[in-house]
Write a protein of this length. Sequence first.
Length: 101
Amino acid sequence: MAEYDVAQICPNRHVANDMHIDFPEFNKDFCEKCGEKTITQCPSCEKPIRGRLRESMSLSKFEPPAFCRFCGKVFPWTERKIIAAFELARLSQFAPKNSYF
C-alpha cells in the first residue's frame, strides 16, 4: 500500500517541507517566503497533512491539498483564497463598469 509522508506548509500555501518525517533536516518552524508559522496538522482535526508519496522517484512539484482528507475542512491557504475571492467580488460591485481597477 502506498505510504505518504507528512507535509509542512504555511497558511499562505508555501511548502516548507513535503517530507517532514523522512527529511527533518529541511523542516522550518517559520516560512522563509512570508514569515508565517508552518503547520503539519489540520487545524480542525489535528491529523497530519498528506505530503509526498514515499519511495517515489517522481520529481513533479508537490501541490498542497485544499481540504483535509480526514475531516473535509478547508486548510488555511484555501480559506484565505476563498475570503479573497469573496472580497474581490464584493469590491467589484462598486467599481465603475468601464474600469480595470
